[in-house]
Design a protein around this ligand. Structure first.
Ligand SMILES: Cc1cc2nc3c(=O)[nH]c(=O)nc-3n(C[C@H](O)[C@H](O)[C@H](O)COP(=O)(O)OP(=O)(O)OC[C@H]3O[C@@H](n4cnc5c(N)ncnc54)[C@H](O)[C@@H]3O)c2cc1C
Length: 404
C-alpha cells in the first residue's frame, strides 16, 4: 500500500492535502456521516511523495507552531456597524480589511445557498470579503479555495485551528511563511452536514428556498446572539446581505430561531451530539494551542458580561501577529490576562455521546428533526441530568465543569 492519506481514518477534513498533492489525485468528499474527508481518486497515480501526510495536522501529535509567548487582548472594531454584523467584536473582519488594503488576498469562509454549504473562497478586495462576515457553524469545504491559492502571492488565510495547523505545515514546506498571515479561532467543533441539511430543509419547507443564512444575530444583544436567520431568496436584498455598510438591524427576517428559545440546530450542535469524530478524540487546539499568527473568539466571562455589542478575545502568537495588531488602528485592543481571555472557552474535548451512532443514522432520513430529537436525544438528556446539574453548579460557583 502506498504511504498516503488513505491510511488515515476520521481525520479533520481540513483539505490541505488536496492542495499539496503534486499529481492532484486527492479530493475532499462528504462521507456517510456528513463530514468532509479526503479521497484518493486514482491510487495508481500516487507517486508516494508523502507530502499529503507531511502537511496533515491529524498525522502529527505536536502542533506546527511552538507558540510559547502568546499575548492576550480584548478587542473590537471601532465601527459599530462592523461590530454589530460580526459574530463577536469584528476584529476578524478588520484584520482582513487591513491586509486587503495592503495588497494581500484574503481566504475566508462564506455560505453558498445553492450548494447548501460553507466554503472557503478568495477575496481580492473588501467588498468581495464581506460574505466572510459571521460564523457559519458547519464544516467548511476548503478544496476549491486552497487549491487555487497562488504560492507567489500574499494571503490572509482564516479557518478552524485544524485547517490552519495543516496550512502552516503547507507554507513551511514551500518556505513561503513570509507571504502568509494565518488566523484561527477558538473552536467548539463542527456538526454533521446531515444535521444541517435536515434543519435547513425543514425551515425551507416553511419559508421557501433560502437566499440568505446567518447563524448569529445581535437583535437581542451579543450574549443572546445564537440566533438562526434564514431568509427566502430575494434579489432586492442582495445588497444588504453582502455589504457591511448597511445596518441589518432595520431589516425584517422571515425566519429567526434562538438557541435560548429552543432552536433545534443549536441544541444539537452545542449539546455536542453529532460533532466530527475527531472533535471528540483528536482536537489538540483548545485555549492557547494554535499554529496561527492570531487567534480570535468571543470574549465571554465576567469582565464583558454587560457588553451587548460584542467583544473579541484576541491572541497573538508570532512577531507577524504582534506587528499586525499594532497596525490595526481600526480596532480598540486592550491587553488582558490570559485567564480573562479564555474564560468560558472549552478547555477539553467533549466526550463522544453514547447516542452518537444512532443519531447519525437517524439524521438524513425522512423523519422530522423534532422526532429524532424526542426519540434519541431527549431520553439521553434525562440520563445525563445529574452530570449536567453538577456542571451547572460548577459554572455558577465559577469553577471548571467536572464533566465534558
Ligand atoms: C465552527 C465554529 C466554531 C466556533 N467555536 C467557537 C468557540 O467555541 N468559542 C469562541 O469564542 N468562538 C468560536 N468560534 C468563533 C466565533 O464564532 C467568531 O467567528 C469569532 O469570534 C470571530 O468573530 P469576529 O466578530 O471577529 O468576526 P466574524 O466576521 O464573525 O468572523 C468570522 C470568521 O470566521 C471564518 N469562518 C466562518 N465560518 C467558518 C467555518 N465554518 N470554518 C472556518 N472559518 C469560518 C470567516 O472566514 C471569518 O474569518 C467558532 C466559529 C466557528 C466557525
Amino acid at each position: 500500500m502506498k504511504d498516503n492519506i488513505s491510511k488515515l481514518r476520521d481525520c479533520y477534513g481540513c483539505g490541505v492535502c488536496t492542495a499539496v498533492c503534486p499529481v492532484k489525485i486527492i479530493d475532499l468528499k462528504e462521507n456517510q456521516d456528513g463530514f468532509y474527508s479526503p479521497v484518493i481518486s486514482d491510487e495508481d497515480k500516487c507517486i508516494n511523495c508523502g507530502l499529503c501526510l507531511k502537511v496533515c495536522a491529524f498525522n502529527h501529535k505536536e502542533l506546527a507552531l511552538d507558540n510559547s509567548k502568546p499575548q492576550s487582548f480584548a478587542g473590537y472594531s471601532g465601527s459599530d456597524i462592523v461590530r454589530q454584523r460580526c459574530s463577536s467584536g469584528g476584529v476578524g473582519f478588520e484584520i482582513g480589511k487591513k491586509l486587503l488594503e495592503k495588497g494581500y488576498k484574503a481566504c475566508g469562509v462564506r455560505y453558498d445557498v445553492e450548494k447548501e454549504r460553507a466554503e472557503h473562497f478568495i477575496a481580492s478586495n473588501v467588498e468581495e470579503y464581506t460574505p466572510s462576515i459571521g460564523s457559519k457553524y458547519i464544516q467548511s469545504f476548503s478544496q476549491v479555495a486552497f487549491t487555487s491559492i497562488n504560492r507567489k502571492e500574499r494571503y490572509l488565510v482564516s479557518g478552524t485551528p485544524c485547517q490552519i495547523d495543516s496550512f502552516r505545515r503547507y507554507i513551511r514546506h514551500f518556505k513561503i511563511e513570509e507571504n502568509f498571515i494565518l488566523l484561527d479561532f477558538f473552536c467548539h467543533g463542527v456538526p454533521s452536514m446531515l444535521l444541517w441539511r435536515d434543519y435547513l430543509h425543514e425551515v425551507e419547507n416553511k419559508v421557501g428556498k433560502a437566499g440568505f443564512v446567518a447563524w448569529r444575530n445581535k437583535t437581542n444583544g451579543w450574549h443572546d446572539s445564537w440566533n438562526m436567520n434564514i431568509d427566502p431568496a430575494d434579489p432586492k436584498d442582495v445588497d444588504w446581505h453582502n455589504s457591511y455598510n448597511i445596518n441589518i438591524m432595520g431589516k425584517k427576517h422571515f425566519y429567526q430561531s434562538r438557541w435560548k428559545g429552543g432552536d433545534l440546530f443549536y441544541k444539537i450542535f452545542l449539546g455536542n451530539y453529532c460533532l466530527n469524530k475527531c472533535c471528540y478524540k483528536s482536537c489538540k487546539y483548545k485555549c492557547f494551542a494554535s499554529s496561527a499568527d492570531i487567534r480570535i473568539g468571543d470574549l465571554w466571562g465576567k469582565a464583558f458580561k454587560d457588553d451587548n455589542l460584542g467583544t473579541n478575545a484576541v491572541i497573538s502568537f508570532t512577531d507577524r501577529g504582534n506587528t499586525l495588531l499594532e497596525e490595526l488602528s481600526e480596532c480598540i485592543l486592550t491587553p488582558v490576562s490570559d485567564q480573562t481571555c479564555v474564560e468560558g472557552q472549552m478547555d477539553k474535548c467533549p466526550s463522544l455521546p453514547l447516542i452518537y451512532r444512532p443519531l447519525l443514522e437517524a439524521l438524513g432520513k425522512e423523519v422530522s428533526l423534532r422526532d429524532t430529537y424526542n426519540r434519541i436525544i431527549k431520553p439521553y438528556r434525562l440520563l445525563t441530568i445529574p452530570k449536567r446539574g453538577i456542571n451547572l453548579i460548577c459554572y455558577k460557583i465559577g469553577v471548571k465543569p467536572l464533566f465534558h
